[in-house]
Design a protein. Structure first.
Length: 277
């Protein structure tokens, strides 16, 4: 597996589309039945896959091995709910090539996305604080694979590994900053700039400039009416920054999309680079 550059802003490969373009589930990559050289090959493959999650790649090899063990990655299906708000957390996830929306309920049936988790992070950060429930709903928006760790084992490794504890304490701060930035963005910034930011964040985590989404879901994620999404998407399309047809979105000009986005996008990246590099 080819490793990405450490800077995930500009992905160097196109590997995921929301509705899987790879022809179904990720092949099972568990250890072979025989030992010897085949087992060594499996461990080498596992290490290369683990390093596609930036948090796991930052851990010492021994700590990483104790955390994820010898299990294969799991597949995350589009629209899977991994955590429910207020419910106990059974597993934490370290995405490899999928990504997850963090959603908070509002009045009535309305909901709002406040964050995204991809290969730069992990799902289940409240366990770092010793809290075994999730404050947010976690919904898979980009199908792909992830390392899954049982909550009890994860908490045991937090106690055992100072390196893991220090790394995830920094990541927790990064995620809290992102959530705060999203609240500011929703309240003060125009829909077009917020849509551009969201498309950039999605592109980074999907490792693709092409995704499938409709007006209704965009409105749901941005917390606006569908007519607002239509106007913002049409404006970006007229400037040839994106192409949007029947729910298919292609980013045509990443540089122009960054210029159209609010400053929240760059602020998130700078925070991550400063604390997680």
């Amino acid at each position: 597996m080819t490793r990405r550059s450490k800077d995930y802003i500009e992905p160097d490969r196109v590997s995921v589309r929301w509705r899987t373009e790879r022809g179904g589930r990720r092949p099972h990559c568990g250890p072979p039945a025989t030992a010897g050289a085949e087992r060594v090959n499996f461990v080498a493959t596992q290490k290369s896959i683990a390093e596609d999650n930036r948090l796991l790649a930052s851990l010492p090899a021994e700590d990483r091995q104790r955390l994820i063990g010898n299990d294969a990655p799991v597949h995350l299906d589009f629209e899977d709910t991994l955590h429910e708000a207020g419910k106990p957390i059974s597993h934490v996830y370290f995405p490899i090539d999928g990504f997850i929306s963090l959603i908070t309920p509002a009045d009535g049936r309305a909901q709002l996305e406040v964050g995204l988790v991809g290969s730069e992070g992990m799902l289940g950060v409240s366990l770092i604080l010793g809290v075994d429930t999730s404050p947010l709903r976690a919904l898979v928006q980009g199908a792909g694979s992830a390392w899954r760790v049982e909550a009890a084992h994860f908490q045991g490794e937090l106690e055992r590994s100072p390196a893991l504890r220090a790394l995830l304490n920094r990541y927790l701060y990064v995620l809290l900053t992102q959530l705060t930035q999203s609240a500011i963005c929703t309240r003060f910034h125009l829909v077009e700039a917020r849509l551009a930011r969201w498309l950039l964040m999605t592109r980074d985590r999907a490792q693709s400039s092409h995704f499938h989404i409709n007006h209704e879901f965009l409105a749901y994620m941005l917390g606006v009416r569908r007519v607002g999404v239509t106007g913002a998407a049409s404006a970006l399309q007229r400037r040839k920054i994106i192409r949007y047809t029947r729910g298919d979105i292609a980013v045509l000009n990443g540089r122009a999309l960054k210029a159209a986005a609010c400053k929240c996008y760059q602020a998130d990246l700078k925070t991550y680079a400063r604390l997680m590099a």
